[in-house]
Design a protein around this ligand. Structure first.
Ligand code: UDP
Length: 362
């Protein structure tokens, strides 16, 4: 079997790392990187630290608006997909890369398999939600992480194409978190951080950072929860950094009065896991980080009013506060529940993805 995998950004490198290894034990994989994320901090470090094979084809298609970027990807992917001789195209998640590859595969008449299918926030203002829905409806094989995702697809009439495999990010988390816990004992103090003594924050969703008013609210949330005794550590996504400058909010976040807020560059997956396992709590608008926090047993405060990972909210480990400073502060005062049931699979999702691909296209 020959699989053409298309990835392009940070969370997709993590997910592909779980599948590429078992896939390449028995099959041919052609790995295409669209370059949606292309710098070292958001791309190369993930390939190195997660042992992901070098891409066979590396494009440089970052930047531009969502639609312009997707259009450029479609143009570049079209001949690649046509000439690859692949039995199927494999895509991950919900990005422009996912959408572009899905449209190209459908047009070429090559079967499409979608990992992390069936996720829904039911908020079509999010480009990610539109990308997921279109990709799922074009896919022949829908590889879902949870029963919730399977139920979503059932309701959309796609139940027959669904295989529940567990969550591929769990595979990587189970490998990386033990290493992170081990190194935290020295790594954190070297950076003047104490285990349980800081809040880890990530924020980069377009809906939170592109408009000035929303971004200003995000800054106020962080100022409300950060104290010198419990500082905020914020690895800044390039989009957020750029918007803070553009909207002249940089000083409000990084200024003299806010030494409790530590802005750092984006970090690689091992450093991020180390920051995560040592954090008192996480505040985030990321999808993947909500789940990783749960797997690490770190309470999560989600800076959105919807989530695809509803199970984490239902079991009490995640609270949706949108950009409300009082709600964020209240959520941080809650104690986490005693129970943390297994919601996201057993760490063998990558192998199940390969088995499902073999059954469908082998
Ligand atoms: N991540 C990282 N370094 C950072 C921030 C995030 O390694 O500075 C990792 C994180 O552990 C997770 C993934 O990047 O695996 C999440 O990516 P992101 O938040 O960009 O994407 P989303 O899940 O929101 O689509």
């Amino acid at each position: 079997m020959r699989i053409l995998t298309v990835v392009g950004n940070r969370p997709q490198f993590v997910k592909a790392a779980a599948v590429s290894r078992p896939l390449r034990e028995r099959h041919d994989e052609l790995l295409v990187h669209t370059g949606q994320h292309h710098d070292d901090a958001l791309s190369a470090v993930f390939f190195r630290e997660l042992d992901l094979p070098e891409p066979d084809v590396e494009l440089a298609l970052g930047g531009g608006t969502n639609l312009a970027q997707t259009a450029r990807m479609i143009a570049e992917l079209e001949p690649l997909v046509a000439d690859a001789g692949a039995d199927a195209v494999l895509v991950y998640g919900d990005t422009n890369t996912t959408l572009a590859a899905a449209l190209v595969a459908a047009d070429a008449g090559i079967p499409l398999a979608h990992v992390e299918a069936g996720m829904r926030s039911f908020d079509r203002r999010m480009p990610e939600e539109r990308n997921r829905v279109v990709c799922d409806h074009l896919s022949q094989l829908l590889l879902v992480p949870t029963p919730t995702a399977a139920g979503n697809l059932q309701r959309e009439g796609l139940g027959e194409r669904v295989v529940e495999v567990g969550d591929v990010m769990t595979d990587i988390t189970l490998l990386v978190h033990p290493r992170a816990r081990e190194r935290a004992a020295t790594w954190l103090p070297e950076r003047d951080l104490a285990a349980g003594g800081y809040l880890l924050v990530t924020a980069h969703r377009a809906g939170n950072v592109d408009e000035r008013e929303r971004l200003a609210s995000l800054v106020e949330v962080l100022r409300a929860v950060a104290t010198p005794e419990r500082p905020v550590v914020l690895p800044l996504h390039p989009r957020t950094r750029a918007r803070l400058r553009e909207h002249r909010l940089w000083d409000r976040l990084a200024g003299e009065a806010t030494t409790a807020i530590r802005l750092i560059d984006p970090v690689g997956p091992l450093d991020f896991a180390t920051l995560l396992v040592g954090a008192a709590a996480v505040l985030t608008d990321s999808g993947g980080v909500q789940k990783e926090a749960y797997l690490a047993g770190v309470p999560c405060v989600t800076l959105r009013d919807t989530t695809e990972w509803t199970e984490t909210v239902e079991v009490g480990w995640n609270v949706l506060v949108d950009l409300d400073p009082a709600a964020a502060a209240a959520a941080l005062n809650r104690s986490p529940p005693a129970d943390r049931p297994e919601l996201f699979g057993d760490g063998q999702a990558g192998r199940r993805v390969v088995a499902a691909l073999e059954r469908a296209f082998g």
